[in-house]
Write a protein that binds this ligand. Sequence first.
Ligand SMILES: Cc1ncc(COP(=O)(O)OP(=O)(O)O)c(N)n1
Ligand SMILES: Cc1nc(C(=O)O)sc1CCOP(=O)(O)O
Ligand SMILES: [Mg+2]
Length: 212
Amino acid sequence: MSQGLLYLITPPAVHDLDAFTEQLAAVLGEGAGTNAEAACLQLRLKGASDDEVLRAAEALMPVCERMGTGFLVNDRADLAKLAGADGVHLGQSDGTVAEARKLLGEGKDIGVTCHGSIHLAMEAGEAGADYVAFGAFFPTSTKESLHHAEPDVLTRWQAMATVPQVAIGGITPATARGLVEAGADFVAISSAIWNAEGGPAAGMRAFVEALS
Ligand SMILES: Cc1ncc(COP(=O)(O)OP(=O)(O)O)c(N)n1
Ligand SMILES: Cc1nc(C(=O)O)sc1CCOP(=O)(O)O
Ligand SMILES: [Mg+2]
């Protein structure tokens, strides 16, 4: 899996899968070989049917594999298993790490939402999570986020734990570097790429410039 700083998340809805697949290839290509290279893509289609999620996974995984980008599924360890994904991201109400590990086995990545809580991150780490995610750091229109995190939680986690950490929530090219400097191993991005002025590839170029 690539070692870049970006953790891409799909838009909550994809209306033209062929067009989005091409956009994804362009975005991954813009980041290839740079600090902003996408370490992974999370398929996060909210409200989609299982078949729609699996069809999207079937279209997008080959693009990720070609670029050395991991492919994770949001919420559903069972769909991650069916899709042959590299892992799953679990929120606090999406089931346990133990359940997901039983389904996916070792060698698959299981991430856990920890809001701004070191306690939740410790619980996730003890349960065997492969990464923890803190957020939201900034206002976001992508998810009605009831929780807020401050960069200090990244610095504290970096000092006390070895489990990799992802920062998420309203992150832009102007704010990404500060979160990496505070301790984030990855910055999770959705709208700053997919809704970027000039299009998603231009959005990735802005992160390449900001993180180089
Ligand atoms: C990397 C990452 N961090 C947090 C989330 C949010 O997960 P969750 O709280 O389960 O909310 P939904 O994404 O399911 O709406 C995430 N998806 N990815
Ligand atoms: C999916 C998600 N989870 C969050 C959390 O705080 O746990 S914030 C968020 C939205 C991330 O998208 P954008 O980069 O467009 O803000
Ligand atoms: Mg969830």
